[in-house]
Design a protein around this ligand. Sequence first.
Ligand SMILES: [Zn+2]
Length: 396
Amino acid sequence: MSSVLFRQANVLDVKNRDIKKNTDVLVKDGVITAIAGHIAEAADQVVDAAGLYLAPGAIDMHVHTSWDGTAISEDMDEMYGPFQAFLRSVQTVESTLKGGVTTIRDVGAPVDLAYETALAVQKGWIKGSRVIPCGSAIQSIYGHVPSIGTIANTKDELLVAIRQKKKLCVKNAIKCQWIKIMDTGGAAGLEDIGPSMYDQEQLQFIVHEAHRLHMKVAVHAVSIEGIIECIKAGIDTIEHGPDIPDEYLDMMKEKNLTLVPTLGIYKILSESADSLPAFIVERSAMVTRQQRDTFARAMKRGVRIALGTDAGSPNWGPHPVAFKEMLVMEDYGMSREDVIASGTITAAEVLGMADEIGSIDIGKRADLLLLSGNPYEDLHVFTDGLIRVYKDGDPF
Ligand SMILES: [Zn+2]
């Protein structure tokens, strides 16, 4: 058994948007076993955290581990192929953990490679962030980034695609199981953003089959037509979702759906006129305008919002970018307390892992960030003041 005792830290209580001052935290075999003003028990390692802050590791709901943010993603996949994509994924999880993001959901990579990255991390073959893999993204022949896609047009093909992902989850001992579908085009693709790629019956079928197999569904939805169909069908996380009318925000709340807005990527793309084609820059500027408006209304109406970045997309790197996303969320009007919750406890709840990660509580995994200052006062502390990252109690 190995143990770590953090002495007299200021511990972030992300659930109550509060701080427990001068508090001891004891970790045994990677799990938090005690939190108190003073813990008398001896430990293998004692960390003097007086005057420092202890935050839970961040969670990013929308990462592409196989892309590194240096070029147009699809070009990278086509030029270098799946082996290099896997190596980039390995590098991503390492740098992401080093940067303080301890859990990430990979929402699309070539040849289902994220299942392998997730397994390698789990086994300790590589050091990196915990990966919740969606595999390659299920999409129709009229696709969005087909280089990371599984093509499925008919109900029968959808059934096979979903069950293939289930098989890979079982094979690689993935407990938190998600699939991703692409329901509309995107800002960085040549296709129309336009129509919903699947009809309502197909979308409901996807949700039904995934839920029946104890899997959850994330959807890339950028056009209003697509977003509305996905909300009606009850898809668990609406990714991007820039343009959502009030009545559908209310429906999201009723159905307990989550918005993963990925604000930073569209902002960056809209500012990339020097390095990207004009149509991408223009589409992204439009999406950014819509996002500002929808994000404000979603907050006002109490829709659950979880932090996701689209890390690895063009000009949105190097990994991690979760703390850059936090700054954009704050800039668009969310309080720092809510921003931090969205990238920790809320994300853990949406993943279905709130009993394991997302906050500093007894019984949870010791995914911890030792910080020099108080992030409730300045979010830059997560990057500029990051002293050390712990995952499952191990320093990195
Ligand atoms: Zn994405």
